[in-house]
Design a protein around this ligand. Structure first.
Ligand code: PMP
Length: 449
């Protein structure tokens, strides 16, 4: 046994010596994990936390689901190699069939491409492929969008903080405003705001004097995650699909966080009934282990062998845990359950908002919920503005942590508290969340009205 067992601080201090300066999570959530099960994490001091982060949405079935663990055991006893260099196995065959069948139209117009193990790696592959497929080089992305930290993925990411880490991004990336229910970037709001943003997009593509050359691709999240939980309105997404199709621009939907039943549909773009040209999948697709896959419309499958490769594509263990996850999501209609639970949770939070006006806005879909925290005098004039700062949300995250609740922040200044729990979370466990969250609000000195 480790001499530090029973002391979070001792582990954290040692880790600070081992690791470079970019450790971010341990600073916000200072615990050393001893074990985890379902929605619960236990630290080395034996304190329990309700995990409403679930690996930033990776653990669709929560921690250590028995069937997921069993699927790892099955790989071990089957004698399958742990590493295959993406060679074929019966497991890969089964996983591919299962995943493809969940894509639009049962996947008949799509093929799969296993990429390196992370979301960023898959985004990278998607951008490269779109450039090759169209013979063009530009990309349109959206403010608040998050696609990963590798060079290309960072270049299409809206957040400027990680860009300070490096000089020079991929050229020809054009950012456009993304719809926002609470802080419409055009300062208009409501349906009129969405319509205006739709015109904005149309004009940028159609106007020969917009200054923007026709891009290879448009990349977006149908529900922005790191950007503060922003669901895209269906009509806006449908219009983007139509315009990109008319111009032969590839539409890349990044489903890394919002995919796999998280928003109450298997993919978040299904809320708008559209079919992307490239679907980027990671996180939950691997059931907790590293896996990333592209779904590619066959007509854009233009690479030849050798155009793109990587050592750690298609990890066997991740396919086993991914296959089990897909099976449970599908057979138990987890999307339907999550959709109803999300609506219930938003109602509960709306009731809490009446008592605690620092809750400026509650939004999201399914088990991807954002709670935007505002200052008392900030709420009245939010359209077209940004959060004043993230001080109170940071304090709330800390108070939640002390109350035994793990959640993450997102959006400008991290003003949005984000909920991404296991999709198997029960209503009783959500009630515990509500209790702990209220405790944290009071602990942060927020007085109910
Ligand atoms: N896209 C989205 C929408 C994400 O949320 C993330 C990770 N938070 C990524 C891409 C990058 O994935 P990874 O961290 O595995 O590179």
């Amino acid at each position: 046994a480790n001499a530090f067992n029973g002391n979070n601080d001792a582990f954290l201090a040692r880790q600070a010596e081992f690791e470079s300066n970019v450790r971010s999570y341990p600073r916000k959530l200072p615990l050393a994990i001893a074990k985890a099960h379902g929605v619960w994490i236990t630290d080395v001091e034996n304190k329990q936390y309700l995990d409403c982060l679930a690996g930033a949405g990776t653990l669709a079935l929560g921690h250590n689901h028995p069937d997921v663990l069993q699927s790892i055991q099955n790989v071990i006893t089957s004698g399958l190699p742990l590493h295959t260099l993406d060679l074929t196995t019966p497991l890969k065959d089964q996983f591919s069939e299962s995943l493809l069948s969940l894509l639009p139209g049962q996947g008949k117009d799509y093929c799969l491409q296993f990429t390196g193990p992370s979301g960023a790696d898959a985004v990278e592959a998607a951008l490269k492929l779109a450039k090759k497929a169209t013979g063009r080089s530009g990309v349109i992305s959206f403010s608040g969008g998050y696609h990963g930290m590798t060079h290309g993925a960072l270049s299409v990411t809206g957040n400027l903080a990680p860009k300070e880490a490096v000089d020079g991004m991929m050229p020809e990336v054009q950012f456009m405003p993304y719809p926002h229910q609470y802080r419409c970037p055009l300062g208009i709001g409501g349906e009129a705001g969405v319509k205006a943003l739709t015109y904005y997009f149309d004009n940028l593509i159609n106007d020969v004097e917009s200054g923007v050359r026709k891009p290879a691709a448009v990349i977006l999240e149908a529900v922005q995650g790191e950007g503060g939980v922003n669901p895209a309105p269906a009509e806006w997404l449908q219009r983007i699909r139509k315009v990109t199709q008319e111009h032969g621009i590839l539409l890349i939907l990044d489903e890394v966080q919002a995919g796999f039943a998280r928003t109450g549909k298997f993919f978040a773009f299904e809320h708008a009934g559209i079919e992307p040209d490239i679907i980027v999948m990671s996180k939950a697709v691997g059931g907790g282990l590293p896996l990333a896959v592209l779904g590619i419309k066959k007509q854009f499958d233009v690479w030849s062998p050798g155009h793109h490769t990587g050592t750690f594509r298609g990890n066997q263990l991740a396919m086993a845990t991914g296959l089990t996850t897909l099976k449970i999501l599908k057979e138990q209609d987890i999307a339907g359950k999550v959709a109803a639970q999300g609506e219930w949770l938003k109602q509960q939070l709306a009731a809490m908002q009446k008592r605690f006006p620092v809750i400026g806005h509650v939004r999201g879909l399914g088990m991807m919920i954002g709670i935007e925290i505002v200052k008392p005098n900030e709420a009245a004039d939010h359209m077209g503005s940004f959060p004043a700062d993230g001080e109170l949300s940071a304090l709330l995250q800390k108070k939640c942590f002390e109350a035994g609740l793990i959640l993450e922040r997102g959006g400008r200044h991290g003003a949005v508290l984000r909920l991404l729990p296991s999709l198997l979370i029960t209503n009783d466990e959500l009630a515990i969340f509500l209790d702990k969250f209220e405790q944290a609000l009071i602990g942060a000195g927020v007085k109910p009205v």
